[in-house]
Ligand binder design. Structure first.
Ligand SMILES: Cc1cc2nc3c(=O)[nH]c(=O)nc-3n(C[C@H](O)[C@H](O)[C@H](O)COP(=O)(O)O)c2cc1C
Length: 428
């Protein structure tokens, strides 16, 4: 009976691993992969403050205790015991707090024991050959000639003892590895060879760029950029198209905003200052009165009738294509974004880009409706936050309706930008 259940479990693990692999054939990282990448990045960096919410989010999304623990255990091979142990301590504390709040997290399955009777060294060699596509008998690299004991440790311990543990798939282990290496920095050649393994496993260049977007948001654009350059060199060497630019601008966000009386401008400028983003101020083709309250009827008509006032300074599409992350700022004007913002958003292909809307306002009512409008106009973009509270009176922007703004996080004013950027994960 025991034998039967362990055979069944191993079969199930294979099915799950195959399912995970088929998800990889699409261009989007799965939510599970994103959680693994985020946890790995914070663990590699040793940022326990950010790691705790990331661990909570992963548990909330359905990763089991054993799966998350395995990411932290796996990490030690790349960022060392101290960081991995700190990560495990943070995880214990997160689990204790959740337990005291009555949350029963699923333990998940432990690793199946291996049935392979070969030596650990031979098993490690075979796994490395499988994931890298480099034959076992390929000439040894310099470090292996110079320090054979290191080569043995790597094969026996890393690629046999650790990689054989089927709690995570090879793909998941490699995504975690690239994330850790990007977060610790200064190990670009290793990041490059692990990205080579990722490509060999069927992870796409676009997925690797998404991984680096996560590193850019959570650790910093500089760390992500250093590895992105390696990725593009690797893709060029393999004759694959380089899907994103290299250089200092890679990962740099853009702040696009409209502002009549300067409040949104002050917030936009502070975001740019703190994130290193470029700024782009949108002007209406038909300028508003210097005191926009004198144009209240016009603004109200534009909002209530969902009009699209022309933009005076639409940039070239090639300029917008340069940016992966775009902050979009506006005052709330008659319960909606200033409608020139909507004209602007509809003028570009923002598919796959990450949009971060922010508003300034005098009263928070209609913040949800204003956010909903931006999300509606950009259905193929990613958004921060990824979801909004339910719009309790959809379609009604003229009467106050029920309160549904709570939980939408805004900077408020320039002084609130730094903590807001941290809360939404745009600053470490
Ligand atoms: C015509 C007009 C309509 C406005 N409508 C709203 C509104 O519906 N809700 C709100 O909270 N604030 C409203 N405000 C206030 C602005 O959103 C607020 O002052 C904002 O910070 C101005 O940003 P700016 O200085 O960047 O132009 C309105 C302001 C004007 C001029």
């Amino acid at each position: 009976m025991k034998l039967l259940s362990s055979v069944l479990f191993c079969l199930m693990s294979c099915v799950l691993a195959l399912a995970a692999n088929s998800a990889l054939s699409s261009q989007e990282l799965t939510s599970r992969q994103k959680h693994i990448i985020t946890i790995a990045a914070y663990t590699g960096r040793g940022d326990l403050h950010q790691l705790q919410p990331a661990l909570n989010a992963a548990l909330d999304s359905g990763l089991t205790i054993n799966e998350i623990r395995e990411v932290l255990v796996h990490s030690y091979a790349y960022c060392g015991f101290p960081r991995s142990l700190r990560g495990l301590q943070a995880f214990i504390s997160v689990l204790d707090k959740r337990k005291s709040r009555g949350i029963a997290d699923a333990p998940g399955q432990d690793a199946c024991p291996t049935k392979d009777k070969r030596s650990r060294y031979d098993r490690g060699c075979a796994i490395l050959a499988e994931i890298s596509g480099i034959p076992v008998n390929a000439p040894k690299v310099a470090y292996a000639e110079f320090a054979p004991v290191m080569e043995r440790f790597l094969k026996e311990h890393l690629f046999a003892d650790i990689f054989e543990r089927d709690v995570l798939t090879y793909d998941e282990r490699e995504l975690a590895t690239v994330s850790i290496l990007a977060a610790i920095g200064g190990v670009e050649p290793m990041a490059r060879s692990h990205m080579g393994i990722c490509l060999n496993l069927g992870i796409t260049p676009a997925q690797l760029h998404q991984l680096l977007d996560i590193v850019s948001r959570n650790i910093g654009p500089g760390e992500a950029d250093a590895v992105r350059k390696e990725l593009n060199t690797l893709l060029q060497a393999k004759g694959l198209p380089v899907v994103r630019r290299t250089g200092q601008d890679a990962g740099k966000p853009l702040v696009v905003y409209f502002s009549a009386t300067g409040n949104t401008k002050a917030v936009a400028e502070q975001i740019a200052k703190l994130t290193g983003a470029d700024l782009y101020r949108i002007e209406a083709a038909e300028a508003y009165n210097a005191d926009p309250y004198r144009d209240s009827d016009r603004v109200k008509k534009e909002a209530y009738e969902n009009l699209r006032p022309k933009v005076a300074n639409l940039p070239e599409a090639s300029l917008m294509a340069k940016y992966d992350t775009i902050f979009v700022g506006s005052p709330i004007w008659w319960h909606q974004p200033a409608m020139v913002i909507c004209t602007f958003l509809e003028a570009f292909d923002l598919k796959g880009k990450t949009l971060i809307p922010f508003f300034t306002y005098d009263a928070t009512t209609y913040l949800n409706e204003s956010m909903q409008q931006i999300y509606r106009l950009t259905p193929h973009s990613r958004h921060i936050p990824s979801t909004l509270p339910e719009d309790l009176d959809p379609g009604d922007i003229t009467t106050p309706g029920r309160a549904d703004d709570e939980g939408i996080d805004m900077p408020g004013n320039a002084a609130g930008v730094k903590t807001w950027l941290k809360r939404i994960g745009m600053l470490p």
